[in-house]
Design a protein around this ligand. Structure first.
Ligand code: BGC
Length: 724
């Protein structure tokens, strides 16, 4: 069979210029144009990311991005992707508008429930797994490229972000996602450094296509195009939804200096290739019941046990008298608002699922405080269903604060006052204050689990399952603790990313900010220990091995987390950044040696000198239980390329990297310092000694200044040739 590239070329050559141009917008809101005679079918797109948005027909709702992020499990996310991909194909959809891989810059972003994490490495790894899973049966469209980290003014805001933060935080998750070869990438609404993402040639043509070698098509977010001619030239293939007005604009511009036939061909060919790939997926059979049962177990991986005093959870005795309090027990929150919102075929009811496992369960809505208190007094364990409502967090707007609903706090405090065995099942898509944290016995954070929510929660309460999630975002205590706090949510048209790379735990860990629960945190129903950790540099990265032992009484899962700190770059240092993780499942008493390989790519960080991410030579590698808790750390050194010397290179840098050049530098240093400042600085055995003030001044003196201060006693060019 002819390969897709050849077929696409053939189709392109069959199409007239007008047909090619007409292909560059949707046929309607959810389909591409069809040219049957030329052999080009139309494809159907639907949102994602947590279920196929079938408009009434019904499919399952899967865990949202916030829940999948906390799984810290590539396998779980890939499996969810596989199930979702099957349902996508079963519904006759070729392209799922998912995953959403933007970084949770601030806890206030209305769409955080759709996103995985505040960390780009975790986000990228999980997005890769999701795409690999879905694309067994349907295409993925990764969104929203790029720097779409707020909902307020999302369609016009100008995100002003440094090159370093772009490279090390905001583009990294996309780069990794794109390496899974998603069929499409969706350009976001906002501007990035002054240019709309949908016409941002630097972002699309240069970064996505040239540097990352992406081989799919870019489609616009719905209504995101500003200037269609600039978009087509900038790297966009299809404007969504259909905009025939812009087809006319393109036809008029066609052939003029502004828009060449070549521009149209590039955009159309990319579209044709992706459409052919997407159309190649076949409708598949799906067992929705089997998916639902599997999701109930997969959901356990996403739940994070924040607190569990005296092992209140799990409740293993089926005779225990349980109070299920809160409307969430019967009318559960399981998804976020906006275009990710679907009408699922089924939603499991927590109360019923709990009643299947426990004989004595009483329910009350919690609206009447005295009723709730009296039910609590007569129960052994109180399970309170709490959290933000669907309208509190949604696409289209941001939250104003991380405050927790006051009436729920009142209920939780009143119940826990009369019953210390109070468990809060916290069901929401983002971070809130936890004003009841010290009052209750246990907090189980479920995030938004989709259709199987009730079953998962009941399995976790009864101990049939174990919560093995870890926080993919820091749970800060107050709004003003947030790393982006001074810069986020001014309501204007400019979003200044003043915190740079200090996003989430990168900030909290570096400045020692206390948080309620740190990134990477999560308890288990059992306990683990790590021993014999070895960290070593190899020719391609860092090898970490550690022995994990389940020292508790039941089987369980833990996440081994590896972090790195660059020690020798010229930029502001971050205390730690996640560079590796793996989830380990162990029976009670079992021990296993676990290996994590951290490739160079995970360690590369931006260099302003090189204009790209580079490998530095010195790193502090740590194995941590969570971002705040170090188990072991070791410094490692690679033979990374030494700096290339320029007139701006400082003498101290040269002496550090090449002590043998001391003799060469010595006479000029003496001349410069003694001659101009009457101070004595000598270089002895590669070290600067003498006047302490001028020793420091000399260390940080660039060669250019040395040349000037000697009165031009040497040729800078020859000097550089000698030492490089
Ligand atoms: C959202 C996208 C979504 C699209 C189509 C937009 O408003 O930002 O995520 O895929 O609508 O529903």
């Amino acid at each position: 069979m002819t390969d897709i590239n050849t077929r696409a070329q053939n189709i392109l050559s069959e199409l007239t210029a007008i047909q090619k141009i007409s292909l560059l917008t949707g046929a309607d809101a959810w389909h591409t144009a069809e040219y049957a005679e030329a052999g080009l079918p139309a494809i159907t797109m639907r949102d994602g990311p947590s279920g196929v948005r079938t408009y009434g027909k019904g499919a399952l709702c899967f865990p949202s991005g916030c829940a999948l992020g906390s799984s810290f499990s590539r396998e779980t996310v890939r499996r969810v992707g596989e199930l979702l991909g099957e349902e996508t194909a079963n519904n006759g959809v070729n392209l799922l508008l998912a995953p959403a891989v933007n970084i949770k810059r601030s806890p206030l972003c209305g769409r955080n429930f759709e996103y995985y994490s505040e960390d780009p490495y975790l986000t990228g790894e999980l997005a890769y797994s999701y795409i690999t899973g879905v694309q067994k049966n349907a295409g993925c469209c990764v969104k929203h490229f790029a720097v779409n980290n707020q909902e307020s003014k999302r369609m016009s805001v100008n995100a002003i972000v440094s090159d370093r933060a772009l490279a090390d935080i905001y583009l990294r998750s996309f780069e990794r996602a794109v390496s899974a070869k998603p069929l499409a990438v969706m350009s976001s609404y906002n501007k990035v450094n002054g240019v709309y993402a949908s016409e941002n040639s630097k972002l699309l043509n240069k970064t996505l296509f040239d540097e990352w070698g992406y081989d799919g098509m870019v489609i616009s977010d719905w209504g995101a195009v500003n200037d269609i001619v600039k978009s087509v030239k900038g790297g966009l293939s299809i404007e969504m939804p259909s905009n025939k007005g812009n087809t006319e604009v393109l036809i008029k511009a066609y052939g003029s200096d502004g828009l060449t036939g070549q521009n149209i061909d590039v955009a159309a060919l990319r579209a044709i290739k992706s459409i052919l790939r997407a159309a190649g997926y076949k409708k598949c059979e799906t067992d929705y019941d089997a998916h639902l049962s599997e999701c109930a177990v997969l959901g356990e991986e996403c739940c994070v046990l924040l607190k569990n005093d005296n092992n209140i959870l799990p409740v293993t005795d089926s005779q225990t008298v349980i109070a299920a309090i809160g409307e969430g027990a019967v009318n559960p929150r399981f998804q976020g608002g906006g275009c990710a919102n679907i009408t699922p075929a089924y939603i499991s009811n927590p109360l019923e699922a709990i009643k299947k496992r426990f004989k004595n369960v009483r329910y009350c809505s919690g609206k009447d405080l005295s009723e709730a208190v009296s039910v609590a007094e007569q129960s052994d364990v109180c399970i309170i269903f709490a959290g933000l409502g669907e309208k509190d967090e949604s696409e289209g707007y941001d939250r104003k604060s991380i405050a927790f609903p006051a009436e729920q706090t009142k209920l939780i405090k009143a119940v826990s006052k009369v019953n210390p065995n109070t468990v809060v099942i916290l069901t929401q898509g983002g971070v809130t204050e936890l004003p009841f944290k010290n009052n209750v016995g246990a907090i189980l954070l479920t995030y938004l689990l989709g259709s199987a929510y009730g079953e998962t929660v009941a399995r976790l309460i009864s101990g049939e399952g174990e919560p093995s999630g870890r926080l993919a975002e820091s749970w800060i205590a107050h709004d003003c603790d947030a790393s982006a706090y001074p810069y986020y949510g001014n309501g204007g048209n400019v979003a200044e990313y003043g915190e740079g790379v200090f996003v989430g735990y990168r900030h909290y860990c570096t400045v020692g900010r206390k948080v309620n629960y740190p990134f990477g945190y999560g308890l288990s129903y059992t306990e683990f220990e790590q021993s014999g950790t070895a960290i070593s540099a190899t020719s391609g990265g860092v090898n970490v091995t550690t022995t994990v032992t389940n020292v508790g009484k039941r089987s369980g899962k833990t996440v081994v987390q590896v972090y790195a700190k660059v020690l020798n770059n010229d930029l502001a240092h971050l205390e730690c950044e996640l560079v590796g993780f793996t989830k380990v499942s162990l029976n009670a008493g079992e021990s296993r040696q676990v290996g994590i390989f951290v490739p160079f790519d995970a360690l590369r960080r931006y260099s302003y000198t090189e204009g790209k991410r580079v490998l530095y030579s010195n790193y502090l590698i740590s194995v941590r239980e969570n971002a705040n808790k170090v188990i072991t750390r070791t410094e490692i050194e690679f033979n990374a390329a030494k700096s290339e010397y320029t007139p701006d290179t400082c003498i101290g840098t040269i002496l550090r990297e090449h002590p043998e050049y001391a003799e060469l530098l010595k006479p000029y240093v003496c001349l410069a310092i003694l001659g101009n400042f009457n101070a004595d600085v000598q270089i002895v055995n590669g070290e600067a000694v003498g006047d302490p003030v001028f020793t420091h001044i000399m260390q940080d003196m660039p060669l250019r200044a040395l040349y000037n201060l000697t009165g031009g006693k040497f040729s800078l060019r020859e000097f550089l040739n000698t030492i490089t």
